[in-house]
Design a protein around this ligand. Structure first.
Ligand code: HPA
Length: 269
């Protein structure tokens, strides 16, 4: 795998002609952050050898290189999900590649269903921990050049960055929660009993991504900041039918707040 990662990142770096310091993964309906980037180069995933091709509506499948908050960044517009049928190693391969482009931090965004009864639709939740119920991407032979066999996960979400993000949010009077993100395979949204179960095991929000990417980033020693937009509620009494379109439109409406926090946060790194 290491050879593939190295050859893919060399290909991308040569094409991009810009070395990013920060990686950003844009979740469902959250591609608008890309509009804030002073774009230098865009590479479609289908031009990149070894990259899977995204199949989900609302995920465009591009690497966007440019400047945001005064830093060179690479944004993944479109990510890969386990439910699309990729192996969990394929899902997380792009994170390995962008590490080899030289990123020093990774920002991740997603849309998720809130199971904490204090949450409302359109709220932001800074992820401070996760429960990964998608297969672990580190299963298989470990390459010590990438990271340790048994990585510690007690500090997967960088506490310093979280603190700064909360300060920025409060300066702009943006309401943010902190909480535990539970990653499930999907593609079904949850039954009421499943939402209840996710709450009981300690989750505040549930979604179909992020945790495997964070595991891989943490394995390679990259500090992570991750944020969820709560697009629907899995809270007894508040559960309504949910569709991918609803998730996209709520995420798009709420993403301005997230973009502002991320942009200012980048300046502090
Ligand atoms: N469940 C799982 N994934 C999601 C949800 C949800 O309610 N909302 C957005 N992504």
């Amino acid at each position: 795998m290491l050879d593939q990662i190295k050859s893919t990142s060399a290909f991308v770096l040569e094409k991009a002609g810009i070395q990013p310091e920060l990686g950003i993964i844009l979740g469902t309906g959250l591609g608008g952050l890309a509009k804030e980037i002073d774009v230098k180069c865009i590479i479609d995933y289908n031009e990149i050898p070894e990259f899977p091709v995204s199949t989900v509506e609302g995920h465009f499948g591009k690497l966007i290189f440019g400047v945001l908050g005064g830093k060179n960044v690479v944004a993944m517009q479109g990510r890969f999900h386990f439910y699309e049928g990729y192996s969990i190693q394929q899902v997380t391969f792009p994170v390995r590649v962008i590490k080899f482009l030289g990123i020093k931090h990774l920002f991740v965004s997603n849309a998720s269903g809130g199971v904490n009864p204090d949450f409302e639709i359109g709220d932001l939740m800074i992820i401070n921990d996760h429960i990964n119920l998608i297969p672990n991407p580190l299963i298989g032979k470990n390459n010590p050049e990438l990271g340790p066999r048994f990585p510690d996960m007690s500090k997967a979400y960088d506490k310093n960055i979280i603190k700064k993000a909360i300060e920025i949010a409060s300066k702009h009077s943006i309401k943010v929660h902190q909480g535990v993100y539970c990653a499930t395979t999907g593609p079904t949204f949850e039954t009421p009993a499943e939402y209840k179960y996710f709450r009981v095991i300690g989750s505040d929000a549930v979604g179909m991504s992020t945790a495997p990417e964070v595991v891989v980033a943490h394995h390679m020693g990259i500090p992570v900041f991750a944020i969820s937009i709560i697009t629907d509620l899995g809270v007894p009494g508040k559960i309504v039918e949910v569709s991918h379109e609803d998730v996209q439109s709520v995420a798009a409406a709420a993403e301005k707040k997230m973009t502002l926090i991320m942009k200012e946060l980048i300046q502090t790194l």
